[in-house]
Design a protein around this ligand. Structure first.
Ligand code: ADP
Length: 408
């Protein structure tokens, strides 16, 4: 089956065309036939990048003011005789949609029926910055491809196994009951992919090991996975909680926000923007939210850049040690995301001084394996430390196939 994976953001549409089936998933023979990205939708010019297997890459800068035009462009590119890979859009067998928030309603992926659609729309209240774009993406794709199943894959679903004591905040229970204020966690599809992949690397089923997964990209989160199930994760009611990220603050004394709002006379919107867009690595360093830049600057002696790196790694180290305790010991620790996969420095700083709990990194392996999958701890290290490049799109395609077959 050919699965179109769609990830619609506020001003972007990311997509992949993946050939897969239950048998291919079993045999590990799934194939990516095309991938692309439409960014800056609604701005003066959009940026379209596209590449189908064995075809020349496409880079264009058309005016795309609306998601409908963007998704139509995706289908036109896929069926273009020169650069595309399909004869007709009818070859697409199903569409898998990334949906950020599934609230408490969804603990696994779902074929989108009228009822599921209604419930996803209800979740927009919990994720007003994300879900409306995912919903819009589905509505348009459903109109353009009405005869195939559409499946929703939720970022929150993997974390629905967290116990109550891990997801309830120390607030009056009425805010949970009335407004659903609790910890949900995000990046679930990536943490689930790592858990699946670690079964291959450790050569045993997930039910036989405990794992800590670190997804370090622009957004960052860490999850404690006990025998295949998420039992705690660092993001909370929104993706703002937990680790320090590119532009997000991560954990904070909530009184700080009230104090700054009063002192600086910030509106709700301004405070939200400060915490989500001007904090974290960019806020502390004043240099960049891009870890590559910070590493370069720090090597040149920029103290603010070095401080941002140190804060990032220290917070991560605290979480790793905490989750080691949560799990009563971990068999493995896995790094993924742009930073987790590609930065030997961040991996080594965040694990430094954790040999007390059996976490060690072999410096040579850490450098050599950078960017690819494998073990970076010494052979006799008690906790296996791994790099595992994530593949959320593949996970979405798999769930789509399984959901369509009724086997989730
Ligand atoms: P997203 O969360 O948007 O998918 P990515 O997973 O691509 O983002 O991660 C982006 C982050 O990865 C950026 O901070 C970028 O600087 C960082 N990154 C990519 N390559 C490297 C590298 N070689 N060294 C350090 N950081 C890197």
């Amino acid at each position: 089956m050919l699965v179109l994976v769609l990830n619609c953001g506020s001003s972007s549409v990311k997509f992949q065309l993946i050939q897969t089936s239950p048998e291919a998933i079993e045999a590990g023979t799934e194939k990516k036939l095309a991938r692309g990205n439409i960014e800056k939708i609604g701005m003066t010019t959009a940026i379209v990048s596209f590449q189908a297997e064995g075809k020349p890459p496409v880079k264009e800068t058309p005016v795309i003011l609306e998601h409908r035009v963007a998704i139509e462009r995706v289908l036109t590119l896929l069926t273009d005789p020169q650069v595309g890979i399909l004869k007709s859009r009818n070859e697409i067998g199903a569409v898998g949609h990334r949906v950020v928030h599934g609230g408490e309603k969804f603990s696994k992926s779902q074929v989108i029926t009228e009822e599921v659609y209604r419930q996803i729309v209800e979740c927009c209240e919990l994720a007003p910055l994300h879900n409306p774009h995912n919903v819009r993406g589905y509505e348009i794709a459903h109109e353009l491809l009405p005869d195939v199943p559409h499946v929703a894959v939720f970022d929150t679903a993997f974390h629905q196994t967290m116990p109550e004591y891990a997801y309830i905040y120390g607030l009056p229970m009425v805010v949970y009951r009335r407004h659903g204020i609790r910890r949900y966690g995000f990046h679930g599809t990536s943490h689930r992919y790592l858990t699946w992949r670690m079964q291959k690397l450790l050569n045993k089923p997930a039910s036989e090991f405990n794992l800590i997964t670190c997804h370090l990209g622009n957004g960052c989160s860490i999850t404690a996975v006990e025998r295949g199930k998420s039992v705690d994760t660092s993001m909370g009611f929104t993706p703002l909680e937990g680790l320090i990220m590119g532009t997000r603050s991560g954990d904070l004394d909530p009184a700080v926000v009230l104090h700054i709002m009063a002192k600086e006379e910030l509106t709700l919107h301004e405070a939200n923007t400060m915490l989500n867009k001007h904090s974290g690595l960019i806020g502390v360093s004043g240099v960049s939210n891009d870890m590559r830049e910070l590493v370069k600057e720090s090597q040149k002696g920029n103290k603010a850049a070095r401080l941002a790196i140190d804060l990032f790694c220290y917070r991560l180290k605290k979480y790793i040690a905490a989750y080691y305790g949560v799990l009563n010991g971990a068999d493995a620790l896995a790094f993924t995301g742009g930073i987790g996969e590609n930065s030997p420095l961040i991996r080594s700083l965040s694990c430094a001084g954790l040999d007390c709990i059996g976490i060690q990194i072999d410096p040579e392996r850490n450098e050599k394996l950078n960017g690819s999958e494998g073990r970076i701890s010494p052979d006799d290290g008690k906790v296996g430390v791994y790099i595992v490049p994530t593949d959320e799109e593949m996970m979405i395609a798999r769930d789509t196939v399984h959901a369509v077959a009724g086997k989730l």
